[in-house]
Write a protein of this length. Structure first.
Lengths: 485, 47
């Protein structure tokens, strides 16, 4: 009998746990440890953030599902890692209960295999004054943040109806190295449509404030894509959309402080500037959770497991940008020191950024960190689960399943407005996610046949269909496994 | 020069009949690209 412990129940953790349970017999134990009692389909937070969906539309409770499916669920947070165990136990993770009678109590959760799918910590504290719901700045990173943002947005819309003064909304990144520009991009387009819907668009200026070096970088160094059968840079595509929607932009902006109605930032020229606003949605920095790891003697072995995020089979050698290759990126997400530990999704430490690193004359690094969104999270989680299943069946570690972000495609279906007939979406596919400049040197590192963009109502329908399909899949309803990650 | 979205293109983008076929096309294309497989990169580099 093997015991597999999955830390986290987001897209990666839940995908891994579901696959393990489906493919392993009941004599093997699957345990999920997560402080969150609900599963949330994060990509639809955008629609909660404009009030078109309610939190209940994008979440469901995990415990009843796991009980039905034979997955053990522990509502707790990981505290420390003990990959060699101690005198009396096998490897374990120390967890602390966060709910119910055992709240605050710690327990050793032992394992044969460990999947760390704890995702990122939303590091609002890395930017002074950036805290959701304070200083008129909001977030859509979680469903409750998004709900709060929606209420504030609609208050602003009411204010705009009677205001003589023109108001201003700023949306973008809230830290010099923030990522997830795609979510902010979706939000600004949805907000723009919402303002038009309520007839106040002419009373509110909209500004995109981002750490990207160019529009459409998205932390992926931009891309050349096929649009209407012709090659087009993602920067040109986003500029075309922003001009069409009357959205202004500021790039290369490293936000360092937020005050009530005022965002402070430094740009790549080293200038310190400010931008006033009446409502802002700024994506925070993502960081590791600050976990500690100890060996059998109680010595600190944290560097063997963590480099902020978890160390996996990537090449972390420090080298100049010109020498970076796709081969640096991990293939199996296995920790090199402890082969029974894996970190799919956002939990693994990337070897480097995808966008070119840039520094201001003051020494501030201002560029997007690499994004790792839902689709690659699901794919990497499934391949980790498949390798563990093979290993259990073979009786030794098997790593047949591989999936480097340098040999994997992704689809970004960015909502550009909600509505069955009036909605819109920007559909972008990219292959590979990490550009392979050696293989696709003439097309910006991407296979142009598999990298395309499209704008229109169909994109909205696709995003809506994905919303329902992936919630169906996550609820493990009949034949859920037929829906690909 | 920046491209613009023309009125004709906008009508195309919001026409439910045309977009229905686009919806089918997009789903197939996304499925082919994303679910079409993934793998490692190191073996290929070595060979």
């Amino acid at each position: 009998m093997a015991k597999i412990v999955v830390l986290g129940a987001g897209i990666a953790g839940h995908t891994a746990a579901s696959e393990l349970r489906r493919q392993l017999s009941k004599k093997h134990k699957v345990v999920v440890v997560s402080p969150n009692r609900n599963y949330q389909w994060v990509p639809s937070n955008i629609w909660v953030g404009i009030g078109k969906m309610k939190p209940k539309d994008i979440i469901f409770p995990l415990e009843p599902l796991y009980k039905r499916k034979g997955i053990e669920y522990v509502q707790a947070k990981a505290v420390s890692f003990h990959p060699e165990g101690d005198d009396t136990t096998q490897p374990y993770v120390n967890v602390e209960y966060v709910f119910g009678e055992r709240k605050g109590e710690q327990e050793k959760v032992t394992y044969d295999y460990l999947i760390n799918a704890t995702g990122p910590k939303l590091a609002f504290d890395m930017t002074e004054g950036l805290k959701p719901g304070t200083n008129n700045a909001y977030s859509v990173c979680t469903y409750d943040h998004a709900q709060h943002a929606s209420e504030a947005l609609h208050d602003l819309i009411e204010k705009a109806k009677t205001s003589e003064k023109k108001l201003k909304i700023v949306i973008g990144t809230g830290h010099p190295k923030a990522t997830c520009q795609g979510a902010a991009f979706e939000y600004i387009l949805n907000v723009e449509q919402e303002l038009r819907h309520y007839g106040v668009r002419d009373k509110i200026d909209l500004k995109w404030l981002s750490n990207e070096p160019a529009l459409g970088d998205f932390g992926m160094d931009g891309m050349v894509l096929s649009y209407n059968g012709k090659p087009m840079k993602s920067s040109e595509m986003v500029e075309m959309i922003f001009r069409d929607r009357g959205i202004d932009w500021v790039l290369e902006a490293g936000v360092n402080k937020v005050e009530e109605g005022l965002v402070h930032y430094e740009n790549l020229k080293g200038e310190y500037k400010t931008e006033p606003f009446d409502f802002a949605m700024l994506i925070p920095a993502f960081s590791g959770h600050g976990f500690k790891a100890f060996d059998v003697d109680g010595n600190d072995v944290t560097p063997k497991l963590f480099k902020g995020f978890m160390v996996v089979d990537a090449d972390y050698t420090s080298k100049p940008y010109e020498e970076w290759t796709v081969q640096d990126w991990p293939e199996t997400y296995q920790n090199p020191s402890y082969p029974n530990i894996f970190a799919p999704g956002i939990a693994f430490a990337p070897p480097h950024s995808i966008s070119k690193p840039r520094k201001s004359p003051n020494g501030t690094e201002i560029f997007p960190s690499p994004p790792r969104t839902g689709m690659p999270s699901g794919i990497t989680a499934k391949l980790v689960a498949d390798n563990i299943i093979d290993s259990i069946k073979a009786g030794h570690i098997s790593l047949q399943h591989k999936g480097s972000l340098g040999n994997m495609g992704a689809a970004c279906i960015a909502s550009a407005g909600y509505g069955l007939m009036k909605g819109s979406g920007v559909s972008i596919t990219t292959f590979p996610i990490v550009p392979d400049y050696k293989k696709y040197g003439e097309t910006g590192g991407r296979n142009v046949k598999k990298t395309f963009g499209d704008i229109g109502l169909a994109g909205h329908w696709v995003k809506l269909a994905l919303h329902y399909a992936f919630i169906y899949k996550a609820k493990m309803k009949p034949f859920w496994w037929l829906i690909p990650e | 020069m920046t491209q613009i979205i023309t009125k004709k293109q906008k009508r195309w983008m919001q026409n439910p009949f045309i977009q229905f076929f686009k919806f089918i096309y997009l789903n197939i294309k996304i499925l082919i690209i994303v679910a079409g497989g993934h793998g490692g990169t190191r073996d290929k580099a070595d060979s």
